[in-house]
Ligand binder design. Structure first.
Ligand code: ZN
Length: 240
């Protein structure tokens, strides 16, 4: 069983008809309902919950943290960001959706500003799977479209060691590395771009399959103990 915590800032969502039309119970609940499966134990966590939804005991039990944030990144305390970082370093997986690219935790672990080109044109996006051998691409078609998404485009200041699994094209002409796998110490991270709050992408079958795959891939290192660090011993002189 994989323990998955789906964190959502949940600001201007439940009182915004543009959002509730697609996500009446919030984006976190749409993700939870959309990826629900027998091997996943799913818990919602919200910014307005106690300890911003992520007390240490919940973080310690979490194998994979899914993150959706947009307008309230600055409200996540630095102290919590460091505790999440430490859990990732020790093996917790992290799946960052859409505007979470600007979250403090993704900027910190990715190691750059995570800036990108964007505009709200509500236009068609075509997603290409460019590494069908990657576990996050399991069962996905070579390409699929979303009728309406926020446009994200290159340049995307994602770390150069990120492995691109999905690449997108938008009707306005932009291209974007929309699905990127990273590893930081023992923890796997997957960034996935669809999921603007006023677009129905998080109800799309292929998008949800990718998020579920990403959760399972990111869980892959969560139960392995990280090796104890110590002052290295000198290697024995074998007489050579
Ligand atoms: Zn957006």
């Amino acid at each position: 069983m994989i323990n998955v915590t789906v964190w959502n800032e949940c600001r201007r969502q439940l009182d915004n008809p543009a959002v509730t039309g697609f996500y009446p119970q919030g984006i976190h609940q749409a993700v939870i309902d959309g990826i629900a499966a027998a091997d996943l134990h799913l818990t919602a966590a919200l910014l307005d919950d106690a300890e911003c939804g992520l007390p240490q005991d919940l973080l310690n039990q979490t194998d994979v943290l899914v993150w959706w944030g947009h307008i309230a990144h600055h409200e996540v305390p630095d102290e919590l960001v460091y505790r999440i970082r430490d859990r990732v370093w020790n093996g917790m997986g992290l799946v960052v959706l859409h505007s979470g690219h600007y979250s403090k935790i993704f900027q910190l672990l990715n190691g750059t500003s995570c800036r990108l080109h964007w505009r709200e044109a509500n236009e068609k996006e075509r997603i290409w799977c460019i590494d069908p051998t990657h576990p996050v691409a399991e069962g996905l078609p070579e390409t699929f479209t979303l009728k309406h998404e926020e446009t994200y485009g290159e340049p995307f200041m994602i770390a150069p060691d990120g492995h691109t699994v999905f690449q997108s094209w938008f009707k306005g002409g932009e291209t974007f590395r929309s699905g990127v796998a990273l590893q930081r110490e023992n923890g796997r991270i997957f960034y996935f771009q669809p999921g603007h709050e006023s677009c129905p992408s998080l109800l799309d079958e292929n998008v949800l399959k990718i998020i579920g795959n990403a959760v399972r891939w990111c869980a892959g290192s969560s139960k392995k103990p990280y090796p104890e660090m110590c002052i290295p011993k000198a290697f024995e002189n074998d007489g050579v």
